[in-house]
Design a protein around this ligand. Structure first.
Ligand code: NAP
Length: 483
């Protein structure tokens, strides 16, 4: 399919070239051929977009004057506009990122659900009455922050932009979205949806641009009140430092090294399926990937056999014109990095139980075989660093305490999984895990209404649910002396 979607920046309600006239070419990871050319925002475009978003957020503007229920209706219209184009956006995402259209469709559906969920919040942003001494009325209100910046990675380009955009708009803010220059296309559809939903000019601005230039300019801009950053821990730290120059708040959704803890009484069939999904979906390019399998020694052989069987029977392909269930990774660089990690694992003593290389039957595309590494110990590089590819590291344990220690012995703390049929063990272990999210007998799973985020180097702040409403509003306290 030739790309026929939006290819300019969306700033102040208009489609426009970059001030510099620069453009960016994207490549289809399944065919390694050019797919689209889009305008490439620079610092001047960031300034234009933030200026537009600032005007739209001013007191008395059309956006700030909307009744809360009208703002909710606008979000619902955005959800409808996205739903109308669900198949188109899914296919574009597939060509831009490499994931299968089926996986991309799940991403788009999550965005539709997220917009509809947050549309329901617009008229529920209530404050509180505070019982203070004396003859006073003291209360709080929840107010928008102003301009919010959204810096988005390439692994779930559409969903991760929508995850923070929807609550930011629901809370009455305006937004500048900068997708990754590796996958700039799907985010531009937020411009189309905003137009079709009749949002006032400047409320939503979308500016594909490089991280080092446009991303940094957005994080540093002193008119930006909050930066929602999703990406690597390394860049997240830099964004936090840049934003700190202006005391700008940040939500950081960063990397992970998720453990599955599989106990001997677990339903191994269900666990094998969850483990497969948790590491091979999106070719393993997931912050919340379950990339460490911590399994009790009594069931390790049987479970690994099941997981290997699933990995070896997964058809690789784009899923566009074949029956592929796992697509290529996003780029040649990403593939090289993953293959290097596998080699490092082997050098440090791991055994390749399946996969480990590039599939022989693929003439093009950045494919990596679904890979399972056994004989891994928790101090090896493949157990400590985020590989961001379809590589599972298997580590055995002999009792519950050891499993918890191994799980928590990680710089990351995003999603962890427990597989057990013992109710008390499920709750005891969930309590002991130092992770932002714990999933029992299912992996991975999240919903617009549940908080998403991590501890330690996995981030700070939470997206989704009530937590996001707090993230994108600020509290004002009003004290009234009554006589
Ligand atoms: P990345 O390299 O950190 O990039 C993320 C975003 O930041 C991109 O838009 C990038 O732009 C931009 N950027 C790069 N340098 C910047 C700078 N100096 N200032 C401001 N922005 C800058 O991450 P990635 O490789 O795209 O994504 C993979 C990472 O994201 C993994 O670590 C993964 O775990 C994490 N992730 C976390 C979550 C979560 O919810 N916790 C979800 C998904 C992914 P360019 O791409 O144009 O350079």
């Amino acid at each position: 399919m030739e790309y026929s979607g939006p290819s300019e920046l969306y700033v102040d309600g208009e489609w426009t070239d970059a001030v510099s006239g620069e453009t960016l070419q994207t490549f289809d990871p399944a065919t390694e051929t050019e797919y689209a050319t889009v305008a490439l925002a620079g610092e001047e475009d960031v300034r234009r977009a933030v200026d537009a978003a600032s005007r739209a957020a001013e007191r008395g503007s059309e956006w700030t004057e909307l009744d809360p229920a009208e703002r909710g209706a606008a979000l619902r219209r955005m959800a409808d506009a996205i739903e109308e184009r669900k198949d188109e956006i899914s296919l574009v995402e597939s060509h831009d990122n490499g994931k299968t259209p089926f996986e991309a469709g799940m991403e788009v559906q999550m965005v539709i659900d997220t917009f509809r969920y947050f549309a329901g919040w617009t008229d529920k942003l209530t404050g509180e009455h505070n019982p203070v001494p004396g003859d006073r009325l003291n209360y709080t209100t929840r107010e928008p922050l102003g301009v919010t910046g959204h810096i988005v990675p390439w692994n779930y380009p559409f969903q991760l932009a929508g995850r923070s955009l929807a609550p930011a708009l629901a809370c009455g803010n305006t937004a500048v979205v900068k997708p990754s220059s590796q996958t700039p296309l799907s985010a531009l559809y937020y411009g189309l949806a905003a137009e079709e939903a009749g949002l006032p000019d400047g409320v939503v601005n979308v500016i594909p641009g490089s991280g080092s230039e446009a991303g940094a300019a957005l994080a540093e801009h002193d008119d930006v009140a909050h930066v929602a950053f999703t990406g690597s821990t390394e860049i997240g730290k830099r964004v936090m430092a840049d934003a700190a120059q202006n005391v700008t708040g940040v939500t950081l959704e960063l990397g992970g090294k998720g453990p599955h803890l599989v106990f001997p009484e677990a339903d191994l069939g269900a666990a094998a399926k969850g483990i497969h999904y948790g590491i091979f979906m999106n070719a393993g390019q997931m912050c919340w990937a379950g990339s460490r399998l911590l399994v009790h020694e009594d069931v390790a052989d049987e479970l690994v056999e099941r997981v290997v069987e699933g990995a070896e029977s997964t058809p690789l392909g784009s899923g566009i014109d074949d029956d592929g269930r796992m697509g290529p990774v996003v780029s040649e660089d990403q593939r090289e990095q993953i293959l290097d990690y596998i080699q490092t694992g082997v050098d440090e003593g791991a055994t390749v139980a399946c996969g480990g290389g590039v599939p022989e039957d693929k003439e093009s595309g950045y494919f990596v075989e679904p890979t399972v590494l056994t004989d891994v110990t928790n101090d090896m590089t493949v157990a400590r660093e985020e590989i961001f590819g379809p590589v599972l590291s298997v580590i055995e344990f002999s009792d519950e305490e050891e499993a918890i220690e191994l799980a928590n012995d990680s710089p990351y703390g995003l999603l962890s999984g427990i597989w057990t049929e013992q109710l008390s063990r499920a709750h005891r272990v969930a309590d002991a895990l130092d992770y932002g999210m714990v999933s029992v007998n299912e992996y991975p799973v999240t919903f617009p209404q549940t908080p998403f985020g991590g501890t330690k180097e996995s981030g700070s702040g939470r997206e989704q649910g009530l937590e996001a409403v707090r993230e994108y509003t600020q509290t004002k306290n009003v004290n009234v002396k009554l006589d």
